[in-house]
Design a protein around this ligand. Sequence first.
Ligand SMILES: [Zn+2]
Length: 446
Amino acid sequence: MVNENGSVKKNRRGHEFPAVAAWLVVKAACLLLATAFLSGPLTAQSDSDELQRRIREQLRAGSGATTPSRAEPSRRPPEPGKVTPGTSGPVVRVLLDRYRGKKMVTLTAASSWTVRALSGTATGSLPAGTVIVTCADGGLVFNGMVRTAGAVVMVATDQAIERRPYRGQLALHPEGGAVTVVNHLPLEDYLCGVLPLEVSPAWAPEALKSMAVVARTYAVMQRQKARLPIADLDDTVNSQVYGGRWVEHPATTIAVRATAGMVLVRDDEPIWTFFHSTCGGRTASGADVFGGTSPACKSVACDWCKAGRHFAWETNLPRATVIAKLTPQLPKGFLDQPLIAVEAGRKWNCGRVAEMIFVNAAQVRAPLDMRIVRRELGWDVVKSQFVRIELAGEQVNFKGNGHGHGVGLCQWGAQGQGLAGRTVQEILSFYYNAVQLRPARPGKEW
Ligand SMILES: [Zn+2]
C-alpha cells in the first residue's frame, strides 16, 4: 500500500557504495588486478594457498571473467500479453527491508550459484546448498572463507533467503557491518509478489487487473523518479508491500499476466497512481493531499466500497491520551489552560478535514494539520480525514468513513465495480482523470 505521506520519496535510504571493479579474495588480491573472480566449491577451503591455486587455474582456463550472468534479464520493453517470467520487461531493484541490518544472511539454492561483481564483469560460482554471508572489513564474506570488497549479484535455481524464495537475482551489499539484500527482478515478476499483499486473490478478476495496472504504473514511476543509490523501491508500505515468490497466488498472477506491460498514462507519460483501501464515499483530491504530484487523481463520489469493513468507523480516545500525544504539536503553553472543545476545522474541496481545532478555557483556538493528528494518534486509529470530531465528556470521539489517504484508486471500490461487471478500463477511468491504459512505449523502459 502506498503510505500515508504519498511515497514520493527520494534518496530515502541507502548510502553510496563505491564502484568495485574487481573482487578482492583473501591473500590473493594481487592476482586479481585485471579480472578478479572466484570459482569452485568453498567447503573445506581454509587454506588460502589452495584458494589461490584454484583462482590461478580459473584464470588459465580463461573462464568466468567475461561471462555474463546466465540469468541476466533482458531490458527490452515487454510485449503486451506475452511476458515470460524472468525474461522480459524492465528490471526493478527492491530493497528487502526485512533483512536490513542483519549481520548474517543465509542463502539456499537447488543449483550452484552464479556470482558476479555488481560493478564490472567478473564472475564466479559458489556451490549449491547453504551459503552464509557475513561482513568484515567493509566487504562481504562467504561461508567464512572468501571475501569480496564490494557488492555482488547472485542467482541460482530455487534460490531463497532465510528459506523465503525470491525470483530474479539477489544483490548483496556490505552496509555498515551488515548485509543489505536488494532483489533485482523483472517488473512483471515483482508485481506477482505485490498483488496478493495489497488485495485479496479472491476478488473479482477485473478488480485484480485494475490493481495490477495501478501497482505496475506506480512502480514504473518510482523506478523513474526515486533514484535511490542501490534500489528503486523497498518491500514495505513505503513503496508497495512485496513478499517475493513466497506470497504469489495464481489468481493475482493471472491478473498481472493479463495486463502485462500495461500502464496508465496521461499526456503521454505514466502517472503517480496513488491508491488506498477504502475511500468511504468520496475519494480525495490528489492536489489537496499531495500537492501537484498527482493531477490525475480527481475527487469522485464512490459508494462502490460499502462492503469494505472500514467504510464507516468510530473511535473513542480518552481525552488524556489525545492531550498527551498532541501537546508537543500544539503551541507552547496552549494546554496550560484546560481543553474544553475539539472540532473539525477547515475542509478541503474534496470534503476531507484539513485541520483539527483545539479550544482551551481561554477560548483560544489552535488548529493542527489533520495529517499530523492521524500520524500521532495512529494511522489505523484515526483511519481517515473523512471524519467528524467532538469532545464527549472525557472522550474524544472520531466518527469517520474510509481508511487511508483517499487519493486515487479505492481498492474496495474497484472490487465493488468488478463484482458489478465493470471492466478494468471503466474502473481506472472512474478513479483517474484523463488517463489512457496502454502498453509500454517501444524503446522506453516502462
Ligand atoms: Zn470508495
